[in-house]
Design a protein around this ligand. Structure first.
Ligand SMILES: NC(=O)c1ccc[n+]([C@@H]2O[C@H](COP(=O)([O-])OP(=O)(O)OC[C@H]3O[C@@H](n4cnc5c(N)ncnc54)[C@H](OP(=O)(O)O)[C@@H]3O)[C@@H](O)[C@H]2O)c1
Length: 244
């Protein structure tokens, strides 16, 4: 059983990751700014006592240095150690690049890039200081590789977030922290996007399944993925390949 911090675990993709990791027997810590979202998460993924005991929820803001440090200190007190860090932080935005105001730019960069920087800044030193090290698995989107029409700010931020993970990998010895990125290439059917989802959307449970393998082995040979260095990329599903 590993102790795993899933930042953004109360979000759409994060919820599926938390569910899969609980099913695999791990102990999971999930912070959120919203106590209501944490309560919904607990009801959705940990209704039984056996899972509920392994889900630790913390109300707090992991997007600020002070908030992240408070969460770090609470984990040190109540959990003791962390083996794996999984930032599943982000959001979405629609609009033309040149129509985005500076305020909108700041919001998107804050949600999709600054949160990852703050998370790495506060939590990577925690596992780096442990003699046995640990693993970091960033969660990102395929938008990092190509501009999404009418959502190009998401692509710009996604590319920066992917580079953050690659830079971390370069700077930190692999035996101290094994830094990986799971790029989820294509929209994901989550509990919140269910009503919008097309048949070609990836299922959130598929993302959870890959994360369980990465936690266990640091790699996957799942045919829905391809790996290039530290980057594991889930292939977008072709139209007509959907599962119901
Ligand atoms: N959804 C998709 O279709 C899809 C597809 C491909 C890749 N992805 C990737 O999956 C990851 C998660 O996306 P998602 O769709 O699950 O997003 P989501 O449902 O909006 O959840 C994102 C999480 O990020 C946290 N967050 C956002 N801004 C924050 C801030 N300023 N300060 C602190 N926390 C903040 C939120 O925490 P609170 O609980 O505190 O609100 C929330 O739990 C992203 O990297 C995204 O690129 C998603």
């Amino acid at each position: 059983m590993k102790h795993i911090l899933v930042a953004g675990g109360a979000g759409g993709v994060g919820e599926a990751i938390v569910r899969a990791l609980l099913d695999a027997g791990h102990r999971i810590v999930v912070p959120s700014r919203s106590a209501a979202r944490l309560e919904r998460l607990r009801n959705d993924v940990a209704a039984d006592r056996q899972r509920s005991d392994r889900l630790i929820t913390i109300t707090g803001d992991i997007g600020t240095i002070g908030g992240a440090q408070a969460i770090r200190d609470r984990i040190a007190r109540d959990v003791g150690r962390l083996d794996v860090l999984i930032p599943s932080l982000g959001g979405w935005w629609e609009g033309g690049l040149l129509d985005a105001t500076p305020a909108v730019w700041d919001i998107v960069m804050d949600e999709m890039v600054r949160t990852h920087y703050v998370f790495a800044h506060v939590f990577v030193p925690v596992i780096r200081a442990q003699p046995e090290g640990g693993r970091y698995i960033g969660i990102g989107g395929g938008a990092a590789y190509h501009p999404i029409r009418n959502s190009s700010l998401v692509s710009i931020a996604g590319a920066a977030q992917l580079m953050l993970t690659r830079a971390l990998r370069q700077e930190i010895p692999e035996d101290a922290v094994d830094v990986l990125e799971l790029v989820v290439d294509g929209p994901v059917r989550t509990r919140d996007s269910e009503h919008l989802a097309g048949p070609d959307w990836l299922a959130a449970a598929e993302v959870g399944r890959i994360v369980v393998e990465l936690v266990a082995h640091g790699r996957t040979e799942d045919p829905s993925t391809r790996t290039s260095g530290p980057i594991v990329r889930m292939r977008p599903r072709e139209r007509g390949q959907g599962v119901t």
